[in-house]
Design a protein around this ligand. Structure first.
Ligand code: DC
Length: 208
């Protein structure tokens, strides 16, 4: 079984993918972490605000598992940079085969795979068995992210978080290559007024 989960920033797609992976014994890949890893490598090796597509693509080819476990992966400036590097065609190309191989060759003890991101159902795995697209109103998503940061003891401003999410969504939706959009056969899930358990339960009803 191969499942694609796409959606807007902070829509709950990662949580949904993780929970479905546990429920159906699937290997899970958070593909946003790949773009975040490239962003972090760039932030550390270049002071330049203008990203050179060649440098970004070569950093994408050098990505390691250590990069994907870096604690700075979730910082706000990494998120913003990830959305920028994700619009570079050579970066997307460099990460394409890894994602498709991961989906097609899950470890023997797994019954399939689930990938979450922005272009999984449209570009990476157009033949996935099931596709979900998660979204919720920006106010709800921004509030969730705000509560999450506050509960971790981090300082956060609601208005900044909302603006950051909106800018990322706009950039992800408007890029010419692999823009964020639902596949025509995707099941739409509005996660706005649902608990995590309700969201997972609803998704499971489409799979079994
Ligand atoms: O899912 P996330 O917030 O961790 O993703 C970070 C950025 O990476 C997001 O703004 C856009 C980009 N991304 C992408 O373009 N394609 C994907 N499949 C996953 C993420």
């Amino acid at each position: 079984m191969i499942i694609a989960v796409d959606g807007t920033a902070a829509s709950g797609k990662g949580t949904l993918a993780k929970r479905l992976a546990g429920h159906f014994n699937l290997a899970h890949l958070d593909t946003g972490a790949l773009y975040r890893g490239v962003a972090l490598r760039l932030l550390r090796c270049s002071e330049d605000a203008d990203i050179s597509p060649d440098l970004a693509a070569s950093e994408a080819r050098l990505l390691t598992l250590d990069d994907l476990n870096d604690p700075d992966l979730r910082l706000e400036n990494t998120s913003a940079m990830a959305s920028k590097v994700a619009s570079i065609p050579a970066v997307r190309q460099a990460l394409l085969t890894y994602q498709q191989d991961f989906a097609k060759h899950p470890p023997d003890d797994k019954d399939g795979s689930i990938l979450d991101g922005r272009d999984i159902g449209t570009v990476i795995l157009p033949d996935a068995d099931i596709k979900f697209f998660c979204d919720a109103d920006i106010e709800i998503r921004a509030d969730r992210r705000y509560q999450e940061l506050i509960s971790r003891g981090e300082s956060a401003k609601y208005a900044d978080i909302r603006a950051g999410l909106a800018a990322r969504d706009d950039r992800d939706k408007s890029r010419p290559i692999a823009p964020l959009k639902p596949a025509i056969d995707a099941i739409m899930i509005n996660t706005g007024h649902m608990s995590i358990d309700q969201m997972v339960k609803q998704a499971i009803t489409y799979i079994v």
